[in-house]
Design a protein around this ligand. Structure first.
Ligand code: GUN
Ligand code: ZN
Length: 442
């Protein structure tokens, strides 16, 4: 059978490098009347419509003008079992975990609940333009099975793992050093590299793992260096104090993960807000990636991520929603809050760098920029179609916009799922009725 082909027409924007500043036009390709030829789930050609169309005689054209065609967004830190935790009132991190999050995660022991929530989770992220996410599942193997089953059904490039946690949590949410190892091993064997899925070894954080469990996690990473490692680091002051009590011999919080061999360029460290100089040096030397979670850091009152300081230390920062402590599934709203967090520190997030960050930037952080995060020929056809006039407020503001950067900034500050007109995953349209908003099917 011939692979299904289609030609998308619209205003194409794809980054080739991180823009140095708002004048850095070398960092991206912007094609006013552009086209993407899609064939067999990949981008076969990107260019001006008049150049690509002759290669695509007889191929159906989907005309998305005047909207923007960009690579699908990449969310590098979220929690699949927290779709019913988002917007839980009142607490900072440790109380929020105990009062809201842990009770909710216990429900994912049931395969039917995990499967039903997985369907809703994927509808939500895709509806917000996210085509790749890195997520923690619950401690239960069933939740990771549901997460990867749904990714396979949708042919999505998704990364995730069963969370490992064997102390300081309710009985129903604890594995053991041995079962956490065994189940992770089984999940890696079944899912890593199956379809587009990739596995992340996922010790929740130092507080919920015994030294024995972190040692097992290190063994897993030594045995599977192709996998990612995700955890949390220095999000909250009480968390740091408790961690130092539990690991009195460690030089600092990151020293715990370092000791057990968890740090490499495959390591994703959620939050990384309150850091000591030695920890920054260790991130620089190991290539571990801090993950900035703006809406979550404001919601839990955690603190202000020092993007500029870490960048100056040669560190590559990723950015993410952190659902369900994060308050929006939208990477656009994540950029909005991220902009404000940088403002509070006298730092700037220019829209060119912002849109690079949630596409190619996060792909680079994951080492996947040859596959996702751009619209280069040969990469996977995950595409988001963005409408900068999706709401009355946006439409009115757009009347006064004079440049691509201004349009992007309007999307960054005012956009959300209403601005996501269509999404393609491996070349397949995800919204059946374009231009009429997103209606999830349960
Ligand atoms: N630290 C450990 N677990 C979590 C979690 O689920 N959410 C956040 N925001 N921080 C954590
Ligand atoms: Zn998290």
């Amino acid at each position: 059978a011939t692979p299904e082909k289609k030609l998308l027409r619209g205003r194409v924007l794809s980054f080739t490098a991180e823009p140095l500043d708002h004048r850095d036009t070398d960092a991206y390709r912007y094609i006013e009347d552009g086209a993407l030829l899609i064939e067999g789930g990949r981008i076969a050609a990107m260019g001006a419509y008049e150049d690509v169309a002759p290669q695509a005689a007889g191929v159906p054209v989907v005309d998305h003008r005047p909207h923007l065609l960009m690579p699908g967004f990449i969310d590098t830190h979220m929690h699949f079992p927290q779709v019913q935790v988002i917007a839980s009132w009142g607490d900072q991190l440790l109380d929020w975990l105990n009062n809201y999050t842990f009770p909710e995660e216990t429900r994912f022991v049931a395969p039917e609940h995990s499967a039903a929530m997985a369907r809703r989770f994927y509808e939500l992220i895709v509806g917000h333009g996210t085509t790749t996410a890195v997520a923690f599942c619950s401690v239960h193997k069933t939740s990771a099975e549901a997460y990867f089953e749904e990714a396979a059904r949708r042919d999505m490039r998704m990364i995730g793992g069963k969370v490992m946690m064997d102390r300081n949590a309710p009985d129903a949410l604890r594995d053991t050093a041995q079962t956490g190892y065994d189940e992770t091993k089984e999940l890696i064997a079944k899912w890593h590299g199956r379809g587009r899925a990739l596995y992340a070894v996922s010790p929740r954080f130092a507080i919920t793992s015994t030294p024995e469990q972190l040692e097992m996690a290190g063994t897993l990473m030594a045995e599977h260096p192709e996998c990612y490692m995700q955890t949390h680091l220095s999000e909250n002051h009480d968390e740091i104090v408790f961690t130092k009590e539990l690991y009195p011999e460690a030089p600092d919080y990151l020293g715990v993960y370092e000791k057990y061999g968890l740090l490499s360029d495959k390591a994703l460290l959620g939050h990384a807000i309150h850091l000591e100089q030695r920890e920054i040096d260790v991130m620089t030397s190991t290539g571990a990636k801090p993950v900035f979670c703006p809406t979550s850091n404001l919601f839990l009152g955690s603190g202000l991520f020092d993007d500029g300081g870490l960048r100056d230390s040669g560190i590559t920062n990723a950015i993410a929603t952190d659902i369900g402590a994060g308050t929006s599934y939208s990477m656009l709203q994540t950029l909005n809050e991220g902009y404000k967090i940088l403002q509070l520190q006298g730092q700037k997030l220019h829209p060119l760098r912002a849109f690079h960050w949630i596409t190619r930037g996060n792909a680079v952080a994951l080492g996947l920029d040859d596959k996702i995060g751009t619209l280069e020929a040969g990469t996977e056809a995950d595409v988001v179609v963005l409408n900068a006039r999706a709401t009355a407020a946006m439409e009115l503001r757009m009347e006064r916009a004079e440049s691509l950067s201004e349009e992007l900034f309007i999307l960054q500050m005012l956009g959300d799922d209403r601005s996501v007109d269509q999404v393609y995953v491996a070349g397949k349209a995800q919204k059946s009725v374009p231009d009429q908003g997103y209606s999830p099917s349960v």
